[in-house]
Design a protein around this ligand. Structure first.
Ligand SMILES: [Cu+2]
Length: 165
């Protein structure tokens, strides 16, 4: 019972907090994070991907250097690219640089966070923290919501219309 309560606190509270806000913001960070989600792994699989949008509100460029989470043994930034008509995935060791007032999209078919050896069963509706390590902004902890499959296109891009702050 205790474990269930702790699970509830750690896993679901961030989801409630997020529900009322279009975006979450790291403490004092100028990096605004939106639409952070983890794809629910296919049954029996312990590898999955996570996605998010990053808006650099600062006047300096920044770089997402890497990610850390206790949800998975290995978390890496990856990129899907089309090579001779075949989708290939590679690790992005240089990270993702984001110019002032620019956005970076980590979304299906492109850049993504790869989670290897996910160490528990995760299900749609839960939320888990992934720490983003930025060169300038430092560590920003963000709750990622687990969702099934790919989000509809309309939902993926609605931030372009109502994102104004
Ligand atoms: Cu990958």
């Amino acid at each position: 019972m205790y474990r269930q309560i702790m699970f509830f606190i750690f896993c679901f509270m961030p989801a409630f907090v997020l529900a009322g806000h279009h975006e979450s913001k790291g403490h004092g960070s100028d990096m605004h994070i939106m639409d952070a989600w983890i794809k629910e792994p296919l049954s029996g699989m312990d590898t999955t991907a996570a996605y998010l949008l990053i808006h650099n509100h600062s006047e300096d460029s920044d770089r997402l250097m890497g990610v850390v989470t206790d949800l998975a043994e290995v978390a890496e930034i990856h990129e899907m690219t089309l090579v001779d008509g075949v989708m290939k995935m590679r690790r992005v060791d240089a990270g993702v640089s984001i110019a002032p007032d620019e956005r970076a999209s980590l979304e299906p078919g492109g850049l993504h966070i790869m989670l290897f050896n996910v160490n528990r069963e995760i299900h749609a509706g839960e939320a888990y923290v992934i720490s983003l390590n930025f060169k300038r902004s430092g560590q920003v902890d963000i709750p990622f919501i687990v969702k099934k499959g790919v989000k509809p296109k309309s939902e993926q891009h609605d931030h372009h219309h109502d994102h104004d702050h």
